[in-house]
Design a protein around this ligand. Sequence first.
Ligand code: 5GP
Length: 203
Amino acid sequence: MKNKGLLIVISGPSGAGKGTVCRELLRSFNKNLELSISVTTRKPRVGETEGVNYFFRDKDEFARMVEDGEFIEYAKVHDNFYGTPKNYVMSKLEDGKDVILEIDMQGGMKVKHVFHEAISIYIIPPTFAELKKRIEGRGTETEKDICKRLKNAYEELGHVNNYDYVVVNDDIKNAAKKINCILTAEKCRLSRSNIDFDKFREG
Ligand code: 5GP
């Protein structure tokens, strides 16, 4: 992946504030960063826009895309399918852009399996009680959906050690700042450097 962009997986339970932190990161820090837009079979929520939040597709179309190998990974999350578009992500990385995948843990693990150099970050709220409060406070999910999301969050937290980093989202700006620091450090890794040290020594 030398000279190419960083592939960054950001996961965390619903209500951790991943979306807001990612938007803050894009707004305040890394101008070389792109957020991948996933395809989903979920219905749009009020205020969500096609091609901005997701590409909303029906189950048949999603199945066709799976069949045609159009996803880097896909997963069933809370009863809906979500997939990461391969062409978009690969072309951005080739162009040297850093690409964020805001995806669930199953998807995150699949990406890590294929792209060992991907950087994985798990975002959590300060407490589990705070998570519950945030999901309930959103008012966008039914009671049944809220229960499912909380149960999934509880189970997923048992596998958090699959990730490289954990960021506590106590404050949006602070969390975005921490992620920016992680990315800065990752870019300085010797394994990612394209400096020819033999030439460098010759002056
Ligand atoms: P929501 O329905 O709240 O937008 O997203 C539900 C979950 O699906 C979130 O945890 C989100 O990160 C995850 N998700 C969104 N896009 C993708 C994707 O392309 N692949 C996978 N595996 N998960 C995704």
